[in-house]
Design a protein around this ligand. Structure first.
Ligand code: HEC
Length: 157
């Protein structure tokens, strides 16, 4: 390799390395776990384990942020995604629509298919799906805004 080529290559590598480091210190899309304001009385430890394993990373304020979620730009994508999930439904703050939740689990849409390869504990068998649905029905029925109070909100498509 010519000295000029070598110099060019080290500049490129340097820019990439410095750029990567700069990305890490940009205070953009920080990972958060805001306070939990809803205490759900789970009907059994089994229900709690299933829902924590399968749903909580995206639908609670108790997200398990794994090591790679610290690294930009992966962090930006994951934080964005968790924000979307929390906006749609959040087990830590309430406003849970049991029928909607059951429907998503039954049709296999939740947890999303792209999530389970990296999170095998969220890859529920059909038996576990049944247990989760029964457990959620039992646990969420008594929540304020849970069973019963769903009609008439009007912002659903
Ligand atoms: C990897 C992240 C992730 C996991 C894990 C996950 N969800 Fe979601 N979920 C989302 C996102 C993002 C949305 C909002 C966008 C959408 O509808 O796809 C969502 C939306 C929803 C909605 C609202 C659907 C609608 O149309 O309004 C329900 C209900 C739901 N999820 C239930 C669950 C349940 C129950 C589990 C666990 C069995 C679960 N999700 C696991 C990411 C996730």
């Amino acid at each position: 390799m010519q000295p000029r080529q070598r110099r060019f290559l080290s500049i490129v590598v340097g820019v990439v390395v410095v750029g990567f480091i700069v990305l890490q210190v940009i205070p953009f899309k920080q990972r958060t776990n805001p306070p939990v304001t809803l205490q759900i009385a789970w009907d059994s430890p089994q229900t709690e384990t299933l829902v924590r394993n399968a749903c909580f990373d995206c639908h609670s304020n108790e997200t398990r942020w794994l090591w790679y979620s610290a690294i930009a730009p992966v962090r930006w994508l994951l934080v964005d995604h968790v924000e979307d999930g929390r906006d749609a439904m959040n087990f830590s703050t309430g406003d849970l629509e049991l029928d909607e939740i059951v429907k998503e689990i039954e049709r296999g849409a939740m947890p999303p298919a792209y999530y389970t390869p990296l999170h095998p504990e969220a890859n529920l068998t059909s038996t576990q799906r049944g247990q989760l649905i029964a457990g959620l029905r039992a646990s969420l029925a008594n929540l304020p805004g849970g069973e019963g109070e769903r009609e008439g909100d009007g912002d659903e498509g």
